[in-house]
Design a protein around this ligand. Structure first.
Ligand code: ZN
Length: 178
């Protein structure tokens, strides 16, 4: 079991295997797959961070009956978030939906939209071409519901579609243990 307080610096040694994840007194949920337990790094973000909520979960602290369309990765505010692909940035596109914060964006690449939610700072402009490793922005709490704390919401959909079409983004995150 992992317990951290909101925004606290993470101690990778606390990324122990568990299918549940705690932030303060709030319980988040993994899919019960050992592959999603522990701390990870990814081409999409810097550092070592635990997953707090898996794709497809229908239980979370702030809702009981919806499906989570992405993967939430716990990270302190200000963590650099980078593009994992070569593509075109779309800032606040109409297809994205409003529940990802005012600094929401997606990176369109190869028929896929990589949705990045809850950034606190944007480092790119609408229409900008990015390469792998380019800084998109910094993590934050923008649009996070009910104080669930700073995290990155990462989602993948076929280009131009809404959240209802989201697919499991795990492969696209290209996580490795860290
Ligand atoms: Zn999320």
């Amino acid at each position: 079991m992992v317990r951290t307080s909101f925004g606290a610096a993470l101690d990778p040694s606390k990324c122990t295997a568990s299918s549940e994840y705690w932030r303060g007194n709030r319980r988040f949920y993994l899919n019960g797959e050992a592959s999603q337990e522990g701390c990870f790094t990814s081409p999409w973000f810097k550092g070592s961070h635990p997953v707090m909520l898996s794709y497809g979960r229908t239980v979370a602290p702030w809702y009981a009956s919806h499906v989570h369309h992405g993967v939430d990765v716990d990270m302190p505010e200000g963590t650099p978030v980078r593009s994992g692909v070569a593509g075109t940035v779309h800032v606040r596109p109409s297809t994205m939906g409003a529940s990802y914060g005012s600094k929401r964006l997606l990176v369109r690449s190869d028929g896929r939209d990589h949705v990045i939610g809850h950034l606190g700072e944007l480092a790119v402009a609408d229409g900008q071409r990015v390469q792998p490793g380019d800084l998109l922005g910094r993590s934050g709490t923008n649009g996070c519901e009910q104080q669930d704390g700073p995290h990155l919401h990462f989602e993948v959909r076929p280009s131009g579609t809404g959240y209802q079409s989201a697919v499991d983004p795990w492969e696209s995150l290209r996580m490795s243990r860290a």
